[in-house]
Design a protein around this ligand. Structure first.
Ligand SMILES: [Zn+2]
Length: 497
C-alpha cells in the first residue's frame, strides 16, 4: 500500500508520523553560553510522564511494531546498529539512557523513533547509505528526537488516555505511513482533525531541532557533519528519480530545501571530519545486501559482478557478501576458501569468526565450531552474536545443557536480548529440563509483549510435579511481579475510562 495515490490520501498520517519520533530521556541542559544555541526546554520527558509509564509505553509500542513490521532477529546486524547507536550516544551532549536500536527487514528507506528510546532502522536505509557517516547521521537525528522528547511532548495533551491506547496511537502514527495496519487505521479514526493540524505545525521545528542536535552529535563522534545534509539531499534526488519508490524517510521526516540549507550552514560551523568507515559497516551492509535477494543465485551474480569489476568501497565487505551467497547456494567449500582469505587479513573480526563456525557446522563438524568459538566467546562474554553462534554449535554437537548455560550467561549480562530466551527454552527442552524450558518460554512471551500468556505459562510450569525448590521460588517471585504488572495495568485502564 505504498502507491502515490495512497500516499496523498493518507497525508495526515504521514505528517503526524513526521512528528512521532521521540521520547523518554531527560536532556542534559545546554549551558547559557553554548555557542551552538542548543535548546533548553527546561522540562524533561520525565516531567511529562513517569519513567515506569514510559517503559510500559515503550513495551506496548514494541508489541505493535512486532505485529506490523518484520523486526530482524539477525544478531550480527542488530549488534552493529546497537554499537553505532551507543557510540553516538557516548559522544552526544544528552548522554546515555535506555535506548534500543533494532533493524526492520524492509527495503524501503526509513528510520523511526518510538517512545522509551526504541529506534528502528530499515535495512533499506543501511543499504542506501554509502558511508558510515550517512547512516550515523540518520541515527543521530533519531536519537535527538528521543532526547528532546518530541514524541511525549506531542502527546502531553493525551494524558487522559490509558498507556495501551497512547501506545496504539503512537504505533499507528509511526507505522501507519509504512504499513496499512488495521489497528492503525482504527486508532487514527479517533484523532480529531484539529489536533492533527496543530501537530503538523510542530513538525518543522522538531525536524530542525533533530538536525541541529544530530549534527552536533555527529561532529562530536568524529563523523563528517556534512553527511546529514548530504544524505538528505541524495534521498530527495532519489525521490525525483524513482517515482514509485520515494524514500519513506522523506514522508516521516519531511525534507525541504530550506532544511537542507540550514543543515549545511550548521555543518559549516564544525567543518569536515574524516572518520574512516569501520570494517563492520561494510560487512553488515554486504550481509544485508546478500539477504535482500530472495534467491542465492541472484546474490551470487551481484557479488561476482561487483568483485570482478572492482565496484565497491570495501573489498572485504564484498568478499564477505560473496562468501555468504556461496554458502546459501550450497557451495560450502568455495565459501570456506573466501572466508579463509578474509580471516587471514582480519583474524579477530566477529562476523568472519561466526561465518567460519557456520561453515564448520555445514561441513558436519560442529565440534570444530565449538572449539573455535570457545576462545572468542570468553573474550567478549556480552556479545550476542558470539554467544548465539556458540549455543547453536553446542546444540548441534549434542550439548544442549552447555548451550543453555552459555545463553544464561549472556542474559545475565544483557537481559534485554529477547530472542535469547526463545533459544534458551529450546535448549532446556532438548536437555530434558522441562520446567526450565517453560520458565524461559514464559520470559520470552513476556518480553515479546504477551503478558497474559506469559503468566499462564508460569502458572503451568509451577504445577509440574517434582519441581526443584529453588527454581520454584524464583518462578514464584517472577509470577508475582508479572501479576502485579497485570493488575496495575487494569487499574490504570479503569481510572482513565
Ligand atoms: Zn525526524
Amino acid at each position: 500500500m505504498t502507491s502515490r495515490a495512497h500516499s496523498t490520501r493518507r497525508r495526515p498520517v504521514a505528517c503526524l508520523a513526521a512528528l512521532i519520533c521521540g521520547a523518554s530521556l531527560s536532556l542534559a541542559a545546554a549551558s547559557p553560553a553554548d555557542p551552538l544555541d542548543l535548546p533548553d526546554f527546561g522540562s524533561s520527558a520525565d516531567n511529562v510522564m513517569s519513567t515506569t509509564e514510559q517503559r510500559e509505553l515503550g513495551r506496548e509500542f514494541m508489541k505493535w511494531v512486532r505485529k506490523t513490521l518484520p523486526v530482524s532477529d539477525d544478531a550480527l546486524a542488530t549488534d552493529y546498529v546497537e554499537s553505532l547507536g551507543q557510540q553516538l550516544l557516548g559522544a552526544s551532549r544528552a548522554g546515555g539512557g535506555n535506548y534500543d536500536f533494532f533493524i526492520v527487514d524492509a527495503v524501503t528507506i526509513n528510520a523511526f523513533a518510538g517512545p522509551a528510546g526504541h529506534i528502528g532502522i530499515n535495512s533499506g536505509l543501511i543499504l542506501a547509505a554509502e558511508t558510515e557517516a550517512e547512516l550515523a547521521a540518520v541515527v543521530a537525528h533519531e536519537i535527538a528526537h528521543v532526547s528532546q522528547a518530541h514524541l511525549l511532548r506531542a502527546f502531553e495533551a493525551q494524558r487522559q488516555m490509558s498507556v495501551p491506547t497512547v501506545a496504539l496511537l503512537l504505533a499507528a502514527a509511526v507505522l501507519g505511513a509504512t504499513v496499512d495496519a488495521n489497528a492503525g487505521a482504527a486508532a487514527l479514526a479517533g484523532l480529531q482533525g484539529a489536533a492533527v493540524q496543530r501537530q503538523i505545525n510542530f513538525t518543522r521545528a522538531n525536524e530542525e531541532e533533530a538536525d541541529r542536535i544530530g549534527i552536533d552529535t555527529l561532529a562530536r563522534a568524529g563523523h563528517d557533519p556534512f553527511a546529514m545534509p548530504g544524505f538528505f539531499q541524495k534521498l530527495t534526488q532519489a525521490n525525483r528519480i524513482y517515482e514509485s519508490g520515494a524514500p519513506e524517510f522523506l514522508r516521516t521526516h519531511p525534507v525541504t530545501t530550506d532544511r537542507i540549507a540550514d543543515a549545511m550552514a550548521r555543518a559549516e560551523r564544525y567543518g569536515h571530519r574524516q572518520r574512516p568507515d569501520s570494517l563492520r559497516f561494510h560487512l553488515i551492509r554486504a550481509r544485508l545486501r546478500e539477504s535482500s535477494y530472495s534467491r542465492a543465485e541472484q546474490a551470487l551474480d551481484h557479488f561476482k559482478k561487483t568483485l570482478s569489476q572492482g565496484r565497491y568501497r570495501s573489498e572485504a565487505g564484498e568478499r564477505y557478501g560473496y562468501a555468504l551467497a556461496l554458502l546459501r547456494a550450497g557451495r560450502t567449500e568455495d565459501a570456506a576458501e573466501q572466508t579463509k582469505r578474509l580471516l587471514e587479513a582480519h583474524p579477530s573480526q566477529m562476523e568472519l569468526i561466526v561465518l567460519q563456525a557456520k561453515i564448520d557446522r555445514r561441513r558436519g563438524s560442529p565440534d570444530q565450531a565449538v572449539s573455535d568459538l570457545k576462545g572468542p566467546v570468553g573474550l567478549s562474554p556480552g556479545s550476542w552474536p558470539m554467544r548465539e553462534a556458540y549455543a547453536e554449535a553446542l546444540m548441534e554437537a549434542g550439548q544442549p545443557a552447555a548451550a543453555l548455560s552459555t545463553l544464561e550467561g549472556l542474559v545475565a549480562l544483557r537481559p534485554d536480548i529477547t530472542p535469547a530466551y526463545s533459544a534458551m527454552a529450546d535448549a532446556a527442552g532438548k536437555a530434558g529440563k522441562r520446567v526450565q524450558s517453560m520458565r524461559w518460554r514464559a520470559e520470552y512471551l513476556y518480553r515479546s509483549g504477551d503478558l497474559e500468556p506469559a503468566i499462564r505459562q508460569l502458572e503451568l510450569a509451577l504445577r509440574q510435579p517434582d519441581i526443584d525448590f529453588h527454581l520454584a521460588s524464583k518462578m514464584q517471585v517472577r509470577l508475582a511481579e508479572l501479576r502485579r504488572e497485570e493488575s496495575g495495568r487494569k487499574r490504570s485502564d479503569r481510572r482513565r475510562e
